[in-house]
Write a protein that binds this ligand. Structure first.
Ligand SMILES: Nc1ncnc2c1ncn2[C@@H]1O[C@H](COP(=O)(O)OP(=O)(O)O)[C@@H](O)[C@H]1O
Ligand SMILES: [Mg+2]
Length: 711
């Protein structure tokens, strides 16, 4: 058997026993009274002291009997009363259990007012919930419509408001005598209000009213308090469950957005994802900015926002505070506003108000203060995006919390993950940028390198070719020197012999023999020239420098060349600039050039000689109106023994080149077939003091600048 039922039954039995006992006592007293009366009446004034009156009449006896019955009923009544209280209590406990199964807050309210109405038997029952600065009716019984849906807590001190403020039950047996009573529904006699509290917080008020006066007792208040504590616990549990569910949702969201963040490639995209994830965690407006070492944004692209219009974003960018101001926001002055990694600046703080007033970058909140719980639309919440080494690479600003609450360490905890994620995303992007830059530089360098290698290879090939050529030429030069030297002695012999013969035969000889002797002499002279050329080319060049001018050298050279009648020479050279040259050698070079020019104009023409000063050189140009040169001629003219002439030796230009180069100068050629050729000799004005220029053949065989102009 159910023990409580057993208990109830045994109690019932006890109560009946008491009633029977009282009735038995009443009947016994009656019989005793009758007996005593009979005895005193019959046997004298026995017990007269006790009964000063005459024997009691029948009615008096009935009175005694009745009083016993009343006593019995009274005791029964009080017992029944305590039984009823106990019943209500156990029913309340039953409801208490049921409350914990409620799915939502409305369920708790409904069950509670049901318990107030049905179990506790109150006429009008209301559940009111504290919301911001009001008490809001969330559920009621006994009426079709509550008189007031909402009561301001700081307004009139009605019964419910008093219960809310004091946190104690308020019982008013006669509302007409309560000075502060606020009339709601008409015709109310008495009212009882009990606060619903949990975790030291008043969550609401349970209120009962009756049209009768004194309808509620202290016991009712106690019972209602028991119910209120059940309701409070249920509400807190639900809120906690909601909080846990919210947290687990947040965790799921965190995981999801973490994955998204990792997958998105660009920094902006990543920051956008982070900002959106933060919005989904309950912030209507989020801004993330990338900051350099001076805490400055470098471009509008460094600002990523969610929940802001384009204009607002632009406003933020245009009015961005300078980096040093932002750095202060993470400094010691703001330390007291820290919540974990975040900084929360409440508008209620006068110091904050003073500071914020001066900053112009704030974007007006769209929220109304009355929609908030304890967040002020002017409040500020921000955090640094910090790397592991402490460097700040960005800033996160959040605003307009959806729950209207100011942040706590607990509510911000899940967001801290995003701080490091955003910081790492920025760092990665910066590293990638650096890597790309380095890559681009490397690529550029590699391209350059390739070109350089090509150029060098070409140069190397050319140098090699030149080397081969010059080796060959050196051998030729050496041979030429040897041959020239060896031919000198026999030639001297021949010269002497011819001279002897000429003297010996003298006038005796006939014309023919004289003619032959002259041929011998002419050819000796020609051979001599060849030998001199050979020796000139192969000999070392030693310069003897003296100050001279282009005009002086050219005039001397011209005096040595026989100019045919049909060739006109135009000497436009000047006396400036003065140059340090070996006049003899340079003269020989010029003679070669002038001779070549004349030979290139067999049908006549004009040779123009000009001098001019360039930055560092003195330039002397010899322009003829002769045959011009072919490519083949241009390529080979500097090589010894190259000639296109029947009686040419091909040593003229190579010797010229050697002499000019010995002066530190160079020769350039421009030519056009059938139009003419210009040889330009450049001699540096400030001669490097070449005491002795010893050149064997190689240098002189190196090619000089050769320009062609063919029209
Ligand atoms: N002014 C010029 N116009 C045309 N061809 C020239 C001129 N100067 C030189 N040349 C060419 O260059 C060749 C080499 O000249 P050079 O070395 O002086 O030897 P050579 O005069 O003995 O032939 C000449 O044979 C000629 O073909
Ligand atoms: Mg010549």
């Amino acid at each position: 058997m159910n023990p409580s039922k057993f208990k109830q039954k045994s109690k019932l039995r006890d109560e009946h026993a008491v009633i029977i006992l009282i009735i038995v006592a009443g009947v016994s007293a009656y019989i005793l009274d009758v007996a005593v009366d009979a005895f005193v009446y019959h046997y004298g004034p026995f017990l007269d002291v006790l009964t000063s009156t005459s024997p009691a009449p029948f009615s008096a006896r009935l009175y005694i009997l009745a009083s016993f019955v009343v006593l019995g009923i009274f005791i029964h009544g009080s017992l029944a009363n305590s039984r009823k209280t106990e019943e209500r209590l156990s029913a309340l406990n039953f409801y208490g259990g049921k409350l914990n199964t409620a799915k939502d807050l409305q369920g708790v309210y409904e069950l509670t007012v049901d318990a107030m109405e049905k179990t506790l038997g109150f006429e009008y029952a209301t559940f009111m919930v504290a919301e911001r600065s009001t008490l809001k009716v969330v559920c009621y019984r006994g009426r079709s419509e509550p008189q007031l849906r909402q009561l301001p807590v700081d307004g009139a001190n009605g019964v419910t408001v008093r219960a809310m403020k004091t946190g104690a039950p308020i019982l008013v047996s006669d509302v007409s005598k309560d000075k502060e009573y606020v009339a709601g529904y008409p015709g109310i006699g008495s009212e009882l209000a009990v606060p619903v509290a949990a975790d030291d917080k008043i969550l609401g008020v349970l209120n009962v009213e009756s049209s009768k006066q004194g309808a509620f007792s202290e016991k009712d208040a106690t019972l209602l308090q028991v119910l209120a504590s059940h309701a409070g616990t249920a509400i807190i549990n639900l809120l906690r469950r909601g909080e846990i569910e919210k947290r687990s949702d947040q965790m799921a969201l965190l995981l999801k957005s973490s994955a998204e963040i990792i997958h998105s490639a660009s920094l902006r995209r990543r920051l956008q994802t982070i900002a959106e994830a933060i919005r989904d965690l309950g912030w209507r407006r989020v801004a993330i900015s990338v900051r350099d070492e001076n805490m400055e944004m470098r471009s509008p692209d460094d600002l990523v926002t969610v929940g802001l219009t384009d204009e607002e974003r632009e406003h933020m960018w245009n009015n961005r505070p300078p980096g040093n101001v932002l750095r202060e926001h993470f400094g010691p002055e703001y330390e007291r506003f820290r919540i974990g990694e975040f900084y929360y600046l409440p508008w209620s703080d006068p110091w904050v108000r003073e500071r914020q007033r001066s900053s112009s970058n704030l974007v007006e909140s769209h929220l109304k203060a009355e929609d908030m719980i304890d967040w002020d639309p002017q409040d500020m919440l921000y955090a640094p995006l910090r790397l592991a080494d402490g460097r700040i690479v960005g800033r996160l600003v959040m605003d307009d919390p959806m729950d209207g609450k100011k942040p706590t360490l607990e509510s911000l905890a899940p967001l801290e993950l995003f701080l490091s994620q955003a910081a790492v995303a920025i760092e990665n992007a910066q590293l990638i940028q650096q890597l790309n830059d380095a890559g681009a530089k490397l690529e550029e360098y590699a391209d350059h390198l390739e070109a350089k290698v090509e150029e060098r290879t070409r140069e190397l090939k050319e140098a090699q070719n030149r080397l081969l050529k010059s080796e060959r030429l050196a051998a030729i030069g050496e041979l030429a020197g040897m041959v020239g030297h060896d031919l000198r002695n026999p030639l001297t012999g021949i010269t002497g012999a011819a001279y002897y013969l000429k003297n010996k035969v003298g006038e005796k000889t006939n014309d023919k023999a004289r003619e032959m002797l002259e041929i011998i002499e002419k050819n000796i002279a020609y051979s001599n020239k060849i030998i001199n050329d050979l020796l000139d080319y192969s000999r070392e060049i030693k310069l003897e420098l003296v100050e001279s001018s282009p005009k002086a050298v050219v005039e001397e050279a011209l005096s040595l060349v026989k100019i045919p009648r049909n060739v006109k020479v135009l000497d436009l050279t000047e006396n400036e600039p003065k140059v340090e040259v070996d006049v003899d050698k340079l003269k020989r070079a010029f003679v070669n050039i002038i001779k070549n020019a004349v030979e290139a104009m067999p049908k006549g023409g004009r040779l123009t000689i000009k001098s001019k000063r360039s930055t560092d050189d003195c330039e002397i140009a010899f322009s003829d109106t002769g045959t011009g040169m072919t490519d083949h001629m241009l390529q080979n003219m500097w090589s010894p023994l190259y000639t296109t002439k029947a009686k040419g030796m091909g040593f003229g230009l190579p010797i010229c080149k050697r002499i000019v180069e010995a002066h530190g100068g160079k020769i350039a050629v421009e030519t056009a077939l059938a139009k003419g050729t210009t040889f330009t000799v450049s001699i540096p004005i400030n001669q490097p003091k070449l005491e002795e220029v010893c050149t064997s053949v190689p240098e002189s065989s190196l090619p000089t600048i050769t320009n062609e102009c063919q029209n």
